[in-house]
Design a protein around this ligand. Structure first.
Ligand SMILES: C[S@@+](CC[C@H](N)C(=O)[O-])C[C@H]1O[C@@H](n2cnc3c(N)ncnc32)[C@H](O)[C@@H]1O
Length: 219
């Protein structure tokens, strides 16, 4: 297990370290998650959860830590899509051109975007499939509150996080945090951010590691 470094003590320093780690994974093509079907399965399930509540209306979607934007190809019946990521993917341009609905990609940190340009925006469905569990612990509470403020009343939040400790421990070899959460920790976090927990389902990652798929609703 990797030891804590100085940058783990400060969320601003950590953000830069994490940004570089993701950049390196994408450039070296070690982004294993980008071919993991469990995360796009979760996107399909989350849209179903929203539709079953809202009688098949079109959904506006915010995809936090969207990666190459692949969730978009698994979602239909959207009114708009905004994807945000620390790394600017070359696939974004093609996706933006091809889609008939407004598609917008933002190359920025979610926290700063949500408190600035994203402030006041609201979405029907927010996806966070593999992003939250890499954030600095000092940001966890604020991050989920920002998610809640970006949801319309009755809107759905879909979160995929690790359910068990990663084999390298809390801190990966590349310096990124890999937080894992229990059902009760997730329930509490969802509740304190002003959301109502709908379900927590087990979801197996490609690497065999257990994940939780959380569905919550803005009350
Ligand atoms: C495990 S990947 C999952 C990507 C995508 N959801 C998928 O299914 O392929 C996590 C993504 O979150 C992005 N990310 C991490 N922290 C972020 C932050 N604070 N703001 C925006 N994006 C972030 C990373 O660059 C990375 O692309």
């Amino acid at each position: 297990m990797m030891k804590k470094a100085l940058y783990h003590e400060d969320s601003g320093l950590y953000l830069e370290k994490m940004r570089m780690a993701f950049q390196e994974h994408y450039e070296q093509r070690t982004d294993m998650w980008s071919t993991d079907p469990s995360l796009t399965d979760a996107a399909v399930m989350s849209l179903k959860a929203w539709r079953s509540r809202e009688k098949n209306a079109l959904a506006s979607v915010l995809d936090i830590g969207c990666g190459n934007g692949r969730a978009l190809e698994h979602l239909s019946g959207l009114s708009a899509y905004v994807g945000i990521d620390l790394y600017e993917h070359e696939e974004w341009e093609g996706l933006q051109k091809r889609e008939t609905v407004p598609v917008h990609f933002v190359h920025q940190d979610f926290m700063s975007w949500s408190m600035d340009q994203g402030r006041g925006m609201q979405f029907d469905l927010i996806l966070d499939h593999g992003c939250f569990h890499h954030q600095h612990p000092d940001d966890h509470e604020r991050y989920l509150k920002q998610v809640s403020s970006l949801l319309h009343e009755g809107g759905v939040f879909s979160l995929v996080v690790w359910g068990e400790e990663w084999k390298t421990g809390l801190i990966g070899e590349d310096g990124r945090f890999h937080f894992s959460f229990s059902d009760s920790q997730l329930g509490e976090k969802i509740c304190t951010s002003g959301l109502e927990l709908v379900s927590i389902s087990p979801l197996q990652a490609k690497a065999g590691i257990s994940q939780h798929h959380v569905i919550a609703v803005k009350i």
